[in-house]
Ligand binder design. Structure first.
Ligand SMILES: C[S@@+](CC[C@H](N)C(=O)[O-])C[C@H]1O[C@@H](n2cnc3c(N)ncnc32)[C@H](O)[C@@H]1O
Length: 407
């Protein structure tokens, strides 16, 4: 049976009309005619009968087997329109609309953090990403997504896998690029005894890793890992949130700076270790609010060492249970808000009562963003514009900054 793809789902699957309702068909594009066996409401292995003009040869040789990317079969222009439409449609579901700026997409080979699956094999070790919908580890020596500095840690990861994995159980290795070398964190590994600690320390020196943590404990620091936020250096704790690409971080930061305008007092909600707070402290007094104390400690230490920064205060607070209230936000010129994927419903309800005139809303989930923006619009805010920022190239993830204002 033939199916014509009508549109892409939010996960990037093609959707066609089937005999019993919509059928989801992976790796297909709008306008394509495909055939294949329906299983439930999916066609897991479609054959393309009429390809779209937007179908391209996947840039990465691992695309067919690796589960890391899902959209390398689509042209950049199709992906740009689709990701913008995902946000537009999420807003439309709440009867909202806005001006959309042209999407900003991070380049290939720019992802600066990744978690690898690693295991010992008969021949040695295997390091890579999980295959599509499977536990199989796929080696990715020619990956087109990751930054070359992340790829350059493969020999170090091989050595760590030989030490930490058994033939029965694999380990996971997270690598974050930092100005002082790779920041590496190994989980699910064999317990480190004395001799192993010595071996790990030597390995950190040999491969010039900045820091190594092992099952949650820092075991060696050769050079404190450093991230730079608009020229201000921060030493984040192990596992700290970091925007996925440097290009994405810069685009988000520039857009946030534009959105807050000339506000002289800014509250940064869900501040992390200061991606936005520190650059904003160059122009305004900042209150950084965040639930995680180690992140705030890193932020505070960076501010103390930073040059030319105005007053920046940190405040540990659970913004889900205890959102900032209107009385906490008197005389505040602008708010930056960058919640986790679950969004920030309680905080937006509390903001309904506030008089803050500008909100720079950063979101990694268009669905919760639209839900929360609706609460703000109902209390008198307008969505002036939306800037979609694609840091997760070739995946279905979408990020955005929106400016909401109230006079
Ligand atoms: C998407 S990250 C943004 C961090 C920062 N704005 C940045 O760009 O690096 C979301 C942040 O929200 C924090 N967070 C999660 N749940 C929270 C809560 N209930 N209250 C306060 N902060 C929370 C996380 O620790 C994380 O730093």
């Amino acid at each position: 049976m033939n199916f014509t793809i009508k549109q892409l789902s939010i996960q990037g699957d093609g959707i066609a009309d089937g005999p019993e309702g919509p059928v989801y068909i992976p790796f297909t594009l709008p306008g394509e005619v495909v055939e294949g066996e329906v299983s439930g409401n999916r066609i897991p292995k479609p054959r393309i009968i009429e390809p779209s003009d937007n179908r391209v040869k996947a840039p990465c040789p691992h695309f067919k087997s690796c589960g890391g990317c899902s959209m390398q079969h689509a042209s950049d222009s199709l992906l740009a329109d689709w990701k913008t439409d995902v946000v537009r449609n999420a807003l439309a579901a709440h009867d909202l609309e806005s001006e959309f700026r042209p999407i900003i997409t991070s380049p290939a080979q720019s992802r600066r953090r990744a978690t690898f699956a690693a295991q010992r094999t008969k021949k040695g070790v295997l390091i890579g990403f999980h295959g599509r919908a499977s536990d199989t580890v796929i080696a990715i020596p020619s990956c087109k997504l990751l930054h070359p500095e992340i790829m350059a840690t493969l020999p170090a990861m091989e050595a760590l896998t030989k030490i930490g994995a058994s033939r029965k159980a694999g380990i996971s290795i997270s690598v974050t690029q930092s100005a002082s070398g790779p920041d590496v964190s190994v989980e699910d590994a064999k317990e480190a005894d004395g001799p192993m600690m010595v071996e790990l320390g030597a390995l950190v020196e040999q491969f010039k890793l900045a820091r190594l943590s092992w099952n949650g404990e820092v075991v060696a620091i050769r050079s404190v890992p450093v991230q730079t936020f608009d020229g201000v250096s921060v030493s984040p704790p192990v596992g700290a949130f970091l925007q996925a690409t440097e290009a994405g971080q810069i685009s988000l930061t520039n857009t946030v700076i534009e959105a807050v305008g000339n506000a002289s007092t800014i509250v940064d909600l869900f501040a992390g270790c200061g991606t936005f707070s520190l650059p904003l402290a160059k122009q305004a007094t900042v209150l950084a609010v965040e639930g995680d104390a180690p992140l705030l400690n890193a932020l505070d230490a960076a501010w103390r060492l930073g040059e030319g920064l105005k007053t920046l205060t940190t405040h540990k607070r659970d913004l889900f249970r205890n959102p900032m209230l209107a009385e906490d936000l008197k005389n505040v010129g602008a708010i930056v808000i960058d919640p986790p994927r679950a969004g920030t419903k309680a905080q937006c309800e509390a903001l309904s009562e506030a008089t803050v005139s500008r909100i720079a809303f950063v979101s990694c989930n268009p669905v919760t963003f639209a839900r929360d923006a609706k609460i703000l619009v109902n209390s008198g805010y307008t969505i002036d514009w939306v800037q979609v920022v694609d840091q997760f190239r070739w995946s279905s993830h979408v990020e955005l900054v929106a400016l909401l204002t109230k006079s």
